[in-house]
Design a protein around this ligand. Structure first.
Ligand SMILES: [Zn+2]
Length: 349
């Protein structure tokens, strides 16, 4: 068979092979490439589905969370049967992705990405794509990507707004060039406190997916050099060039080679409180939380009580007690991953 004859197993990709910048050569490269998708919730659903349909040869899908009914509004890989089965998202996602494309390898991992496992999870990846819901993990991914020279695609959404940027280590600005540090706990709104509309997920995740496809298909020159910010409610799209940032910011990560999230220096600490069915979490970023503002933010999601020392949130079967320094005791679980998940959702990191 000649080099430019399409093999039969590529018939399913005929429509994208016809697109000249991708072509058969690009499709072959996609088939030989590996992507790490961190998070298989809202963004991760769209990203993983698109990459699987496009024929990326190996997808590793990592997620720490379990499915709930309120996920179905925006997490398009899942259905009511998955929720009823109470499956971890990574497992349910892999089952669905295998039905979408049986020719590729799908590797689900149910885990909380942290400094102890991220290098192993990212090993061999040609691109890392962000489907996470918190800045601690994103700064960890940024450290990992820059340290290992792996391209990665950041994305985040809240309400009807989202943003995304692509990081080519050594070539473009990194996340820390753009955002100097992770926001302190309790300051940023989260999807659980500020809400999230499904269409912005589709927009941002689709941009992330095409950026990954450019990288994996050998089209790095086509990668966006801008931060893209989209507000679907106001109908605004902004492109903010990042070239100037790279030349002016004395970035601790890509200029000075400091990787505090990867080294564990900035890792949040979790400890099971014996005999109490509770976990204590200490955030990685120090800060002083306004208990009044936090209580106001949380009043939309559960029953909130507050005194001068703490805020307490009763939600689902859990009791979250949050102190002004960001420390929290998550009652109702003895699982650190579940506790971190609840913290990211309601307090926000
Ligand atoms: Zn940087």
């Amino acid at each position: 068979m000649s080099e430019d004859q399409r093999p039969a197993e590529f018939d399913r990709y005929a429509r994208q092979i016809s697109y000249p910048p991708l072509g058969l050569a690009g499709q072959r490269r996609l088939a030989e490439s590996r992507a790490l998708v961190c998070g298989s919730g809202a963004l991760g659903s769209v990203i993983a589905s698109t990459l699987a349909r496009s024929g990326v040869g190996h997808l590793r899908i990592v997620d720490r969370d379990f499915l709930e009914l309120n996920n179905l509004q925006r997490q398009v890989l899942f259905d009511e049967d998955d929720v009823a089965a109470g499956l971890p998202k990574a497992i349910a996602a892999a089952a669905k992705l295998r039905k979408i494309n049986s020719q590729i390898e799908i590797e689900p991992v149910v885990a909380d990405v942290d400094h102890t496992n991220v290098l192993e999870l990212a090993a061999g990846a040609d691109v890392i794509v962000d489907g996470t819901d918190n800045f601690e993990t994103r700064f960890l991914l940024n450290d990992t990507a820059v340290k290992t020279g792996t391209p990665w695609v950041y994305g985040g959404c809240l309400g009807a707004e989202g943003q995304t940027m692509t990081i080519l280590p050594g070539e473009t600005a990194c996340l820390r060039c753009l955002i100097a540090d992770a926001p302190p706990p309790g300051v940023s709104p989260t999807c659980d406190t500020a809400g999230i509309l499904a269409p912005i997920i589709g927009v941002i995740a689709s941009i992330q997916a095409i950026e990954a496809i450019k990288i994996l298909s050998g089209n790095r020159q086509a990668v966006s050099r801008s931060l893209t910010v989209v507000d679907l409610w106001d109908g605004r799209v902004r492109q903010i060039g990042l070239d100037a940032l790279r030349s002016t910011v004395d970035c601790p990560t890509c200029r000075r080679g400091e990787f505090p999230w990867l080294s564990g220096e900035r890792a949040s600490q979790g400890a099971i409180l014996c005999g109490r069915n509770a976990v204590q979490l200490r955030p990685s970023t120090a800060g002083t939380i306004s208990l009044e503002a936090l209580a106001a933010k949380l009043s939309a999601v559960g029953r909130v009580t507050r005194n001068r020392y703490l805020v307490r949130l009763a939600v689902e079967d859990y009791l979250l007690t949050i102190f002004p320094d960001g420390r929290a005791i998550i009652g109702g679980t003895d699982d650190i991953t579940t506790a971190r998940n609840l913290y990211a959702r309601y307090v926000g990191t």
